[in-house]
Design a protein around this ligand. Structure first.
Ligand code: CO
Length: 213
């Protein structure tokens, strides 16, 4: 106590430089954005500081609607995530919902451990459940790091399925709205994105994906 900074001047300094750099390049940038946003993509990713959504895919403010939480989870009772999804699909009319997991996810790692971490363990329980449900995918994998990598992928696929099963996506597809859900994974070790090839654009494709696992 007493030593904590109540102002963070370096961050405000960064902000001033950032805003003037963008304004110098595009004088109308902020005034245009203030009037409206029309992003084509919704990003559902992990809260991890090493996975900055816009930077990874080279998109500017206004181009990516973003929701992040620990472990990039889409939980059917999470009004926060569902509200973001609903607003993105119904009002912003995004064409693509990107669920992006990442290798080296602390949430996934923690879900595989027996160690207690407090409240967050209740959230991570969803990842542990996925691990249990996909048990057969782990049978031949003895290396722990490899198990974590595999679970990072499977957890992402599970969230694509969860997103697809929401009333929001089901209703959108029923009214023939063009909207796809993608499952990608990002590698914090080299900055590269990989498509997990689980894209779904209809209840039928979602059904096929669910049966594949
Ligand atoms: Co993570």
């Amino acid at each position: 106590m007493g030593h904590i900074m109540k102002a963070l001047p370096e961050l405000f300094d960064n902000n001033r430089k950032w805003a003037s750099r963008i304004t110098a390049e595009h004088p109308d940038f902020f005034t245009g954005l203030a009037a409206q946003q029309a992003p084509k993509y919704l990003w559902i990713g992990c809260a991890d500081s090493r996975v900055p959504a816009n930077e990874i895919v080279g998109l500017l403010p206004g181009e990516l609607f973003v929701h992040r939480n620990v472990g990039n989870l889409v939980i059917h009772t999470d009004m926060n995530c569902l509200s973001v999804l609903q607003y993105a699909v119904d009002i912003l009319n995004v064409k693509h919902v990107i669920v992006c997991g990442h290798y080296g996810c602390g949430g996934v790692k923690a879900a595989l451990e027996d160690q207690a971490h407090g409240l967050v363990d209740n959230w991570l329980r969803h990842i542990r459940d996925t691990y249990t449900r996909f048990g057969r995918h782990f049978e031949g994998i003895s290396d722990n790091a490899e198990r974590v990598r595999r679970l990072c992928e499977l957890n992402t696929i599970e969230q694509v399925i969860n997103a697809g099963n929401t009333t929001i996506m089901q209703d959108a597809w029923r009214r023939r709205q063009d909207v796809a859900i993608h499952g990608w994974i990002y590698d914090i070790a080299d900055g590269m994105l990989k498509d997990l090839d689980v894209c779904v654009t209809s209840p039928r494709e979602l059904d096929l994906l669910q049966r594949k696992k």
